[in-house]
Design a protein around this ligand. Structure first.
Ligand SMILES: Nc1nc2c(ncn2[C@@H]2O[C@H](COP(=O)(O)OP(=O)(O)O)[C@@H](O)[C@H]2O)c(=O)[nH]1
Ligand SMILES: [Mg+2]
Length: 298
């Protein structure tokens, strides 16, 4: 590894909520790491996904969406996205081509104006977007911001993503690899396991409730028979939410646990015993320890 002229760099994936950033991260590292939901603002912190191509190591940073935040917690999410962008050697600005130029996207452009790293524009969701509208959108965006390159991709189908990877690899600076070549992420297994449950909560619960929830893995026990016992706490902000998460006779929690366990077993490739507990901490979104658990600045 040492003799070759190695290259390595950070690539931040940025954009408005719901543009498809996490889908893209999963696609480039070839496994499901980041959670993907039809709802906005599901990614809460920076997540690294590491991949290699020839002598080049690319460290992708999936970021929370950039949007106009008012709450302290949401502001910390946006700050995390912007600092991810500032630390990067290259930015991939992901745009939902189905939506076109919306206010959220205009906000993104404004916030990214001060970031000096070179930028690639990725028009995503071309599997669904109208081709005519794509050209007009591309022109508008290129007038608004300088992009080194423009790509039309579908993060969902993988269309065009290989071409992006090739050009990203060429843009990486010379330097030693920062991670071993078998490392996929800097996130702990515990964190990823908590994200699996959080994704289920997003899929299963209505509207606002999942935004008021955070999940922590409290215990992780390797068993002699090769299985693993995982214990997690679902933090909610009120007794009313707790009731909803647990459901009538515990049905909701049972369903969530069942689906999350299946996903964890696929990821782990072994049997998983998942134990979920629901706790009310009214103001977890204000508490330092919860910010820290997510790697956000308080
Ligand atoms: N049709 C289509 N949908 C996509 C594509 N990429 C992402 N999505 C969907 O867009 C939604 C938001 O995706 P996600 O990756 O969570 O967006 P993020 O908020 O930017 O991380 C999800 O429902 C994805 O399945 C794509 O290329 N085509
Ligand atoms: Mg995301």
């Amino acid at each position: 590894m040492q003799e070759k002229p190695n290259r390595c760099g950070y690539v931040a994936i940025v954009g408005a909520p719901n543009a498809g950033k996490s889908t893209l991260l999963n696609r480039v590292i070839g496994t499901k790491l980041a959670i993907v939901t039809p709802k906005a603002q599901t990614t809460r912190n920076r997540m690294l996904g590491i991949t290699q191509r020839d002598e080049v190591q690319m460290v992708f940073i999936d970021t929370p969406g950039i949007f106009r935040a008012t709450e302290k917690f949401e502001k910390a999410m946006v700050d995390s996205a912007l600092s991810g962008a500032r630390d990067a050697d290259l930015l991939l600005v992901v745009v939902d081509a189905m939506r076109g130029l919306t206010h959220p996207l205009e906000d993104v452009l404004v916030r990214l104006r001060g970031v000096s790293a070179p930028k690639f524009l990725l028009l995503n969701k071309v599997d669904k977007a109208d081709k005519q509208a794509l050209l007009a959108l591309t022109k508008t965006l290129c007038d608004a911001m300088e992009f080194e390159r423009v790509f039309m991709i579908s993060a969902r189908t993988g269309d065009g993503v290989d071409d992006v990877l090739e050009k990203v690899a060429q843009a990486m600076p010379v330097g030693p690899w920062l991670f071993p070549d078998d490392q996929l992420t800097d996130l702990s297994e515990r964190f990823i396991a908590a994200e699996v449950t959080r994704e289920r909560l997003f899929m299963q619960l209505q509207q606002e409730i999942p935004y008021q929830i955070t999940v922590e893995t409290e215990a992780w026990e390797e068993r002699k028979d090769g299985s693993v016992k995982i214990q997690q706490v679902i933090y909610v902000t009120s007794e009313a939410h707790k009731k909803i998460v647990i459901g009538h006779r515990g049905e909701m929690l049972k369903q969530i646990g069942e689906k999350a366990r299946q996903q964890l077993e696929r990821q782990q490739g072994r049997r998983v015993h998942l134990f979920l507990f629901v706790k009310v901490v009214e103001d977890w979104k204000q508490k330092r320890e919860f910010f820290q658990a997510l790697g956000l600045d308080y």
